[in-house]
Design a protein around this ligand. Structure first.
Ligand code: BGC
Length: 484
């Protein structure tokens, strides 16, 4: 159909229809090859991990149970005006009690991995000091349930729910040390059963969105200098966590992070634009992924921030640059870039107002972002392994009278991103797994329950989970180990 214009295609369908239904179907599709047997369709490696992702505050609920301490998200969500319709994570998906049911959902998809996060204040209620055995026991039960179902646990240690009790929060350098100690404690206790640990989820959301823009907990609007210091403490915390995990965990434990690096997509796939995307990737992620991968802040970043640049103590950059076993990238949207004659050598394209997005206005669609995320990061820093630690979308899901959710837009989104992921795998980039965000609808931070990202629909009154069409699609992709 590639060579037909839209009008020609419509005309051919009309002509076929004139022959009657049976004949039209036969004639119009007689030449259609069976995609399942298409020899040129690349597949993922046989041991590719297909999973789903969630995070503690977004699904667990049970915020006052078994000795859990308060997190900054409890405080923030209970502050009037901060979250859509005053929603909180108090109950969320009640996964603290329903985790076995949630593992069943994963199993029925055929998932081989589950990325979830640990609530720091559930395990160490004050952030430092005495651990709460009952809190840790919940994660032991969850891990055991996953393993009993042949699903590998992938643990994120910090997905934004900082213990409220930590003095100064991320503004204090001590919080970086506290993260390291907590991460080391958890890895020491769980690495007999868990092989992969992610230190942190999305640096920029922790630092800038929470401390400069004030849209996430703790809701601060600090000065540039203060916010840059927060950035530094967060990457330092990651580096310390890497080191303490390695010191405390069993041999063979693998450590990485989950980062929503800005994904620069060359507007045109030619050498000069691909190189522009590489340069933009390093510079556009300078405070975060670049610092972690290179153990230094780029001169351009420090010069650009001038007097507001972070204060860096002796030895910090070596800690921040601690070698990783893998890099996890959360991919949602593209940023198009092209080479130009400027001093910088490239420009980041602005988006026309007609650029399409999903239900969340920020979620611009660009399936090739997943390919370029892997290719850019691989070519620049050559990590041993990569994971797509999040990818998925919000959709205006409607439960039909028959109890179905026909989220064809989410299926379109996922199919296209996974197709581009398949390209990366086929070209030999070391991508080892894909975690779809999210297993089920959940507390979408400032959007509360107003935006649904799940492939299972959750009725928040009854906690009933219903597979959406996208869950059926994902099951089939997993079964065939390729985009379908
Ligand atoms: C976060 C998730 C969030 C998702 C959709 C990601 O950046 O890691 O916690 O639910 O985006 O907004």
């Amino acid at each position: 159909m590639k060579n037909l214009t839209r009008r020609q295609f419509a005309a051919s369908v009309v002509a076929a229809a004139a022959l009657g239904p049976a004949a039209s179907a036969r004639d119009a599709f007689a030449q259609t090859p069976n995609p399942a047997s298409r020899p040129d369709q690349p597949e993922f490696p046989p041991d590719f991990i297909w999973g789903c992702a969630t995070s503690a505050y977004q699904i667990e609920g049970a915020v006052k149970e078994d000795g859990r301490g308060l997190s900054i998200w409890d405080t923030f969500s209970h502050t009037p005006g901060k979250v859509f319709q005053g929603d909180t994570g108090d109950v969320a998906d009640d996964s603290y009690h329903l985790y076995k049911e949630d593992v069943k959902l994963l199993r029925s998809l055929g998932a081989t991995g589950y990325r979830f996060s640990i609530s720091w204040p559930r395990v160490i209620p004050d952030g430092t000091g005495k651990p709460n055995e009952k809190g840790l026991a919940y994660y032991e039960r969850l891990v055991d349930e996953l393993l009993a179902n042949n699903i590998a646990p992938y643990i994120t240690l910090y997905h934004w729910d900082l213990p409220q009790a930590l003095p100064g929060g991320w503004q204090s350098r001590d919080t970086a040390k506290a993260l390291g100690d907590y991460a080391g404690f958890v890895a020491g206790r769980l690495s007999d059963r868990v092989k992969h640990f992610f230190t942190t989820n999305e640096f920029v959301c922790i630092s800038d969105v929470g401390h400069r823009l004030g849209l996430f907990a703790p809701g601060l609007t600090l000065s540039a200098a203060e916010a840059n210091q927060v950035r530094h403490h967060v990457v330092l915390g990651h580096g310390l966590a890497v080191q303490v995990i390695r010191a405390n965990a069993r041999g063979g434990t693998l450590v990485g992070l989950a980062e929503n690096a800005v994904v620069y997509v060359p507007a045109i796939e030619t050498r000069e634009h691909v190189e522009a995307a590489h340069r933009a990737t390093r510079e556009g992620n300078a405070p975060f992924l670049t610092a972690v991968m290179e153990g230094k802040y780029l001169d351009g970043y420090l010069e650009g921030e001038g007097a507001n640049a972070p204060k860096v103590a002796e030895g910090d950059m070596r800690i921040i640059g601690s070698p990783l076993d893998f890099v996890g990238i959360n991919v949602y949207q593209p940023q198009y870039v092209r080479a130009d004659g400027s001093a910088q050598g490239y420009s980041v394209e602005s988006r026309p107002t007609s650029y399409p997005h999903m239900a969340s206005p920020w979620l611009f669609i660009g399936p090739e972002a997943i390919y370029w995320a892997i290719r850019n990061v691989s070519e620049i820093w050559k990590p041993a392994a990569l994971f797509i630690t999040e990818n998925g979308c919000s959709s205006d899901d409607v439960l039909t009278a028959e109890g179905r959710i026909e989220d064809t837009d989410r299926v379109m989104f996922l199919r296209n991103y996974v197709t581009h992921l398949q390209r990366a795998a086929a070209e030999g980039y070391p991508v080892k797994g894909y975690f779809l965000w999210s297993l089920m609808d959940n507390f979408e931070f400032p959007d509360g329950y107003g935006k649904r990202f799940g492939i299972h629909y959750v009725d928040f009154n009854t906690q009933k989970r219903t597979p959406k069409l996208s869950a059926e699609w994902y099951r089939e992709a997993i079964r065939r180990n390729r985009a379908v």
